[in-house]
Design a protein around this ligand. Structure first.
Ligand code: OOG
Ligand code: NI
Length: 445
């Protein structure tokens, strides 16, 4: 029996390799990593309760490896192959995000680990968008873009062969694993050289900057990587001191006692030199840096309340004003863990204390009183996914110029899934299953 390298180990190595590559390509990302690590250390030193809790929930070890990234592809075939590639690293498509209403001609999923222990080991996620070429109005340009995409191969021949090998043999030995990570990485590397001439680049760029970004290059370059911070407000304030200019507004919910969902901010995309295939020189802006602070995942009821409060709040001009306004609008959203549990607004994971393990209780016992008696602990489940409104805000901040007009096209989850070659996994079902399984382990209903 051969010994295979685990999917978790492959994902860990791949995300590490990606981070090293991106630090070389975008040095500001390295600066951001250092800043985030410093702030995290300060927060943990100042907040012993948080530090103990993260340690007990086995959350601390993953904090420094935590990151997400984003890529954009142009065809069904590319998306489909990505699905097969990421499956090898234990990353599966979770959730469907429609960005068209926000004026971004893509729809997306997140490739991420789904099992609790895989998430604990390394939660690396990739927000993956598929360009919706059908939203290009100009038929000739649309066909041209299609033809350019059809002619490119974003995976190395060896990478494709290794995907097939894995599907046949069920795993990689050590040398093959190393080779796989190297080959897979090539797809996400930055290419200075475009596959099109200047005129084509400009025509596509004029339709939408994002279309040029997806269509004109030989690969699907990683466009950002995002470390996880424990205090996004502090990092946002400190960024300018380190020579990094953040976008105006932190996306997502306001700062809270019990952080919910996901707060994000980013720095603007760099203007990078490119060489067109006819030899001319130009520049392209696509790649940026981002940080995130993750809080508890909300149930469908909690999520609905979040969505409507966020819509009510709208978007402000300065971050300070926006955050203050958000805090007011979110005032009535419960901000302690007990209320979030009792009103079933957030997902938790339960475990027994030592006392709880010794002492018996009925499966129908009231959870809150078990917690009060020190028998049971409820850890908030970290939100592992993305937020469409925030994602649109991040996209927009990098598209420059005027806010984009909404595309009126309907969300098209079915066509996305056809391109992907599988259904996307429902994120809510994952959180719910994790909560029920934890209750069952505790002998509770
Ligand atoms: C993805 C933007 C969305 C996030 O964290 O919500 C995103 C992109 O620009 O390709 O990264
Ligand atoms: Ni992101």
């Amino acid at each position: 029996m051969q010994k295979f390298v685990s999917a978790d180990a492959l994902r860990e190595r791949f995300s590490q390799a990606m981070s090293v590559m991106y630090q070389q390509e975008v040095p500001q990302y390295g600066t951001l990593l250092t800043l985030v690590a410093e702030v995290n250390q300060q927060v943990l030193a100042q907040d012993r309760v948080l530090a103990e809790r993260l340690t007990a929930a086995d959350e601390l070890s993953r904090l420094s490896v935590e990151r997400h990234g984003a890529i954009r592809v142009g065809s069904a075939q590319e998306l489909n192959t990505l699905r097969q590639l990421f499956a090898i690293m234990g990353m599966h498509p979770v959730g469907y995000y429609d960005l068209a209403p926000a004026g971004v001609p893509v729809h997306s999923t997140a490739f991420r680990p789904i099992a609790a222990d895989a998430l604990r080991r390394n939660p690396f996620r990739l927000f993956t968008s598929l360009l919706r070429l059908e939203l290009i109005e100009d038929a000739a340009l649309r066909q041209k873009a299609q033809a350019i995409l059809a002619a490119r191969q974003i995976f190395t021949p060896r990478c494709l062969a290794l995907i097939r090998q894995h599907q046949q043999q069920g795993g990689f030995d050590e040398p093959t694993a190393a080779e796989f990570v190297r080959e897979a990485l090539e797809t996400f590397r930055w290419h200075r050289q475009t596959t099109v001439d200047r005129a084509t680049y400009q025509a596509l760029h004029q339709q939408h900057r994002l279309i040029a970004d997806v269509v004109c290059f030989p690969g699907c370059h990683i466009n950002h990587l995002t470390p996880r911070t424990l205090d996004i407000d502090r990092v946002q304030t400190l960024m300018p001191e380190r020579g990094i200019v953040p976008k105006a507004i932190i996306e997502g919910p306001p700062r809270r006692q019990v952080p919910i969902l996901l707060r994000q901010t980013s720095f603007k995309a760099l203007e990078e030199p490119v060489i067109f295939c006819d030899g001319g020189e130009g520049s392209h802006t696509a790649r940026f840096g981002e940080i995130e602070q993750r809080g508890v995942a909300l149930t469908p009821a909690g999520q609905q309340r979040y969505d409507s409060l966020l819509a009510l709040a709208g978007s402000g001009v300065s971050n300070q004003q926006h955050q203050q306004h958000l805090a007011e609008v979110f005032h009535d959203f419960p901000d302690n863990e007990r209320l979030l549990r009792q009103q079933q607004l957030a997902w938790f994971e339960y475990r027994l204390t030592e006392k709880g393990k010794r002492q018996g209780f009925s499966p129908a016992a009231d959870k809150e009183s078990l917690i009060d008696q020190g028998l049971l602990i409820a850890d908030p489940q970290v939100y592992e996914d993305f937020l469409p409104v925030s994602a649109a805000g991040i996209f927009q901040s990098n598209l420059g110029g005027q806010p984009q007009e909404a595309f009126s096209a309907l969300a098209s989850r079915a066509s996305f899934e056809t391109a992907l070659g599988s259904a996307v996994i429902d994120e809510m079902a994952l959180y719910e299953a994790r909560q029920s399984a934890s209750l069952q382990r505790c002998g509770l209903r």
